[in-house]
Design a protein around this ligand. Sequence first.
Ligand SMILES: [Zn+2]
Ligand SMILES: [Zn+2]
Length: 255
Amino acid sequence: MPSTIGGVGPAQLLSSYLIDQHICIDAGSIGFHADLSQQLAIQHLFITHSHSDHVASLPTFLDAHFGVGGDSDVPVTIYGTETTIASLRQDMLNDRHWPDFIRICEESGRDLVRLHVIEEGVAVQVEGITITAIPVDHIVETVAYIIEDDQCACAIVTDTAPTDQIWNRCHQVKGLTTVVLECAFPERLQWLADASKHLTPSTFKADRAKAPDPDQLRFLAVHLKLNQYNEIVEELAALSLPGVEVMESGIDYQV
Ligand SMILES: [Zn+2]
Ligand SMILES: [Zn+2]
């Protein structure tokens, strides 16, 4: 199901993961994507946390949807925890950073943007897909998402320091084939990974080992910092972990 979108070459500066056509996880890059039809097809936007690299393109994404015009527009629903939704409203859609589309919708009676507060561990059904938010360990409240249909499942786990709850939950997921897992820093920057609550190749390896049958899963490493990209790739490769590869922008991945 998930494919990364946005970005040029191997860069993973901004996070957006498109699930089929109508669902996207995070708005780091989706609103900067040149293919407007791809943006406009998205009706369900799930946010992991409020950091800029995961929401940077939300203003232009919403702008694109507003620009379509007409009363028959399909609304966009933004899903996030109460804390994340509050941050989007207070820090981004506040009329200073970007127009408050929520207020504008309310005042004009237009149903263009909806907010859906998700509860951790409570599944949401969208377009035949079940999406469940599980808390991870980052410097702001952050969730991973487990994405399931009746055939298979994947987990998107970014951003986080070493964590347990998502892996415990993965043991209960039927048909799990793929885990998208962050690996933001190289080993020499372990101190920075600790301070900012991210993973390095060694902690990536340790968290991968908590998953059910990790050697039978595909792990797609994401969120590699651009200025240490090659270093992280080499360190991950040196670990010779079965099924681990670095996810590439713009590529479709079948789950
Ligand atoms: Zn973050
Ligand atoms: Zn991030």
